[in-house]
Design a protein around this ligand. Structure first.
Ligand code: 5GP
Length: 141
């Protein structure tokens, strides 16, 4: 599959669509999932263009994983989570819906089931509050 510059995450990266950004550097960008599977569900994407694991340049994947590794404990601490699910889907048959590679960091809480993927739009105020928690946790790392 060829990379489509008009995918929603490409638009978010270009600032053409709003998002609840929690982190950005020269290689990666992270923001909250608009339909979270749990509170604080964060998406980490590379600035480099790639559809998924099947076409990303290995060096770009290393940069992306550095971002995931840095953000994982921050998200866990910010949300007072008991654990984290880290997920990444490749192609529609595997559940990929947005075709700019991304890792999901999904906080898990003991006894709390996950919501299904992309099932319900979260309230804007709740997303903003959770983003603020993650940003604050990063600043106090
Ligand atoms: P995938 O199945 O491709 O790994 O997941 C795509 C994710 O992107 C889903 O969890 C979905 O809720 C999220 N998503 C889809 N559209 C938007 C959007 O416009 N903004 C944000 N922040 N997340 C989105």
């Amino acid at each position: 599959m060829a990379y489509d510059d008009n995918n929603i995450f490409a638009k978010i990266l270009r600032g053409e669509m709003p998002c609840n950004k929690v982190y950005e550097d020269d290689k990666v960008f992270a923001f909250l999932d608009i339909m979270p599977r749990s509170a604080g569900h964060t998406l980490v994407i590379p600035k480099a263009k790639a559809v998924n694991m099947l076409d990303i340049e290995p060096d770009d994947l290393c940069d992306l994983m550095r971002g995931v590794r840095m953000l994982a404990p921050v998200v866990k601490r910010a949300m007072s989570a008991d654990g984290l699910l880290i997920q990444q889907f490749n192609e529609a048959a595997a559940g990929q819906m947005v075709f700019h590679i991304h890792f999901h960091i999904v906080p898990r809480f003991e006894g709390q089931p996950l919501k299904p993927c992309a099932s319900k739009m979260e309230d804007a105020e709740i997303l903003a509050a959770n983003a603020a928690k993650i940003i604050a946790a990063m600043e106090t790392a």
